[in-house]
Design a protein around this ligand. Sequence first.
Ligand SMILES: Nc1ncnc2c1ncn2[C@@H]1O[C@H](COP(=O)(O)OP(=O)(O)OP(=O)(O)O)[C@@H](O)[C@H]1O
Length: 525
Amino acid sequence: MGPRLSTSTSDAAAREIPGRRAPVLEVSDLRMTFGPTVALDGVALTVERGQVHALLGENGSGKSTLIKILAGYHRPDPGGRVLVAGRPLPFGNPTVADSHGCRFVHQDLGLVDSLSVVENLFLTSGFPSRWGTIRWPRLLRAAREDLARVGLDLDPRRPVAGLSPAVRTGLAVARALRPGAAEVALLVLDEPTATLPDDEVRQLLDIVRAVAAAGTGVLYVTHHLDEVFDVADVATVLRDGRVVATTPVPDLTRGRLVNQLLGSELDEAHASSQALPAPRARAVLKVRDVAAGPLRSLSVQVRAGELVGIAGLTGSGRESVLAAVFGMLRAERGEVMVNDVSLRPGDPRRAIDAGVAYLPANRKTHGGIMNLTGAANLTLPDLGPLWRPPLLRLGEERTVARTWFAKLDVRPAAAVHLPLAALSGGNQQKVLLAKWLRCRPRVLLLDEPTQGVDIGAKAQIHQQIVAAADGGAAVVVSSADVDELVALCHRVVVLRGGHAVAELSGEALSVPAVNRAALAAERTT
Ligand SMILES: Nc1ncnc2c1ncn2[C@@H]1O[C@H](COP(=O)(O)OP(=O)(O)OP(=O)(O)O)[C@@H](O)[C@H]1O
């Protein structure tokens, strides 16, 4: 399953040394500027066959820009060179990237929920047919082969809608690896585990190992340091568009990796352990017997100044809780009260008027407005203080934005003026969080608040969430990241099978205890 090597003279650069096959990817001197921003500055990187090569870096360090160049989406500044399995890759053409054997699985997996596994597998490549009739037996056989290639034992006729996130990601990988015009030399995975719970991360890492074992080189973008040690052979760290280091993983320690990432030591234990404020007596948010989708029943009360976590595996109902409380997802049953106001199912407007702010997990579909500036996105929900009819005081808006962006370390400094689309993914997340923190909500609902955020910024975000609670907000955080919940919350409600099966606080609150409760077969409360 090696990469096909061209024999044309223009591909003399194929550089076949007898007995040694060219690396699947060789990047040299890659530079990319967006106006005054230097996103990549002389980047060089090599991925060998069968290697898992982790690519890390702070938010805005240039990872996505590099991937977008490989995918043919961006054209870099002149001078850089990319070889795929020894063949020069022409820039700015997604089809050519594909025919050179580069495949990509982005965070947005591009699956169609209403279709089956087999239909999704053939969606992009077309269905084999004879005289206009789809040859289903052949299709199902090929689908089983595709799934087996990534170690997935799955009925291809199943609808995609019911699959867990790890299996969905595996399916997207299987689709990317479908044999096509060129054999797959390089698979690029862009933060594939951003919102996966621990047990699903393990499942996905098995898939990544299986892909590499078959000879494909894998470029694996992540912010999760544990995954580097679990799955990667080599790690390259970018900072401000430059390669800081490329190190074989056996030569790395966690401390050394953090140092490469941040340019300084970060005391992670210290950074994530916050002194939590003392909750007030008054319950601000009262949720009683709410059911919505996989969530069968949840009752919880949250006091002013209190931080409550929601934990649970995929399918436990965790992902539905905050959307149902906010009203974005119509609850089938139950009651939500904010102080004395009763919220209505499916009526987010009423929730906002009652002082509820909700940061959804999916910033692409429910998040910010990509063509508005960072400052405009920040101030959008509450323009009142900036409004002097008939004018919006733009200077004041920028000052407010600068203050908030400094608190959350939004980069670059020009983010205030830049459209949201020009910010890196992690920095977009920080802007959207700042937007709701600024509104000083009575109830703050946060779904995966630090997804895609680097380890340094995560600590800053946690500080600001705690500060919101200190200011009197009742905060509920739903996260697949159990470490985050344990570091940030007074108590954590664990869901399983749509019900709350445990509530852990004080001494009893720990990562193993939450994981045990999430996995335990029986209900413990
Ligand atoms: N379309 C664009 N226009 C202007 N600047 C851009 C554009 N895309 C990226 N940038 C800038 O290039 C730099 C690198 O961004 P990039 O998205 O590559 O970072 P990243 O390492 O992927 O970050 P993250 O971990 O947050 O996803 C950032 O300063 C970003 O603001």
